[in-house]
Design a protein around this ligand. Structure first.
Ligand code: PAF
Length: 322
């Protein structure tokens, strides 16, 4: 009788489903941004694959702090997941900075082929040695300049412009070479600094200009596409280390769904964003290929340094990808 009772207790214990693990996911932009789209697509795919093994708590709009702080949270294991720009990534894996080199990628198709291909995957794999686990490269689109001083048509127009850059040495050097006054700043401070006139401008892709409503604090938009802006989906090594092979495969599949959602958002905002920003009162100018070439020529000196830093061979390999 006693044995029967113990067996019943044991089987009742086995029948209790394991508690779902909560994944705190932090990102800098609103839920209706490309990051929000990527995070929701990730969640939907993972839930489809693994049922209720994991639940998600979203912290959009820098709810867990700036991107650097969130990445440090992943290293510490206090945050499970994030989608971030390449802004501070090269502080963790220096090689990742190569994708921040201005005018490196011809277009989005080129960037996507590189990031999905051998070179992108080689760099993703380096994040494990930095106490992080990178699942995939996502996307923000090509970055453009916004400001309150006037249209920027030539490098001379950028002279002395107090422009917020990400805390990214490659970008800082490029804007310095253009004669601007680059001011590195974490994203959560940017809107306030623009409102107060502490800086004249900033640079970000249309996905950010539209989703963060930068038209409310910026008058001029110059479509110069000076650099492609990748994003990355990262998880904490603590979370990754606990997953079995099936769960890891489901996370990888979910990351692919997240990347696709980000790219779809970027394609859509690249097609419709300029009209919406003009309608909202922004003055927009677009650089011709010749005008862009003048900006690229002004970056000859930093380019030599980028080649020394990342290796000319790697930069040539990237440019050779079709
Ligand atoms: O400019 C930045 O810091 C990034 O592009 C942003 C807006 C935080 C998105 O990751």
């Amino acid at each position: 009788m006693k044995h029967l009772f113990t067996a019943a207790l044991l089987s009742a214990a086995v029948a209790v489903p394991a508690a779902a693990q909560e994944i705190k996911i932090g990102y800098a932009l609103a839920e209706d941004s490309h990051y929000g789209a990527g995070a929701k697509a990730f969640e939907a795919s993972l839930t489809e694959s693994l049922g209720d093994q994991f639940t998600f708590r979203h912290f959009p709009s820098s709810g867990l702090g700036g991107e650097r702080e969130v990445i440090e949270g992943l290293q510490l294991g206090t945050v499970e997941m994030t989608i971030v720009s390449s802004g501070t990534l090269s502080n963790f894996v220096p090689e990742a900075g190569v994708f921040d080199v201005p005018f490196l990628f011809r277009d989005k198709a080129h960037a996507r082929a590189v990031l999905d291909g051998e070179i992108g995957q080689e760099i993703l794999a380096k994040f494990d040695d930095a106490g992080l686990h990178a699942l995939a490269w996502g996307e923000q689109g090509f970055r453009h300049i916004t400001n309150n001083r006037g249209p920027i048509q030539t490098p001379a127009d950028a002279q002395g412009l107090k422009i917020r850059t990400m805390e990214n040495p490659v970008h800082i050097e490029a804007f310095r070479a253009l004669g601007a006054s680059p001011t590195p700043m974490a994203w959560p401070e940017v809107i306030g600094a623009l409102e107060q006139g502490a800086i004249d401008g900033q640079e970000n892709p249309l996905s950010v200009v539209v989703s963060a409503k930068l038209n409310e604090v910026q008058k001029y938009l110059t479509l110069d596409g000076h650099v492609y802006s990748p994003a990355m989906i990262l998880v904490s090594p603590q979370l990754w280390g606990k997953l079995d092979d099936d769960q890891k495969a489901a996370f990888q599949k979910a990351a692919a769904a997240g990347v696709q959602a980000m790219r779809d958002y970027v394609d859509e905002v690249d097609a419709s964003g300029v009209a919406a920003l003009k309608a909202a009162g922004m003055e927009v100018n677009e650089l011709t290929d010749e005008e862009k070439a003048a900006f690229r020529a002004a970056l000859d000196a930093p380019y030599k340094e980028y080649e020394a830093q990342f290796g000319k061979e790697l930069m040539d390999r990237i440019q050779a990808v079709q």
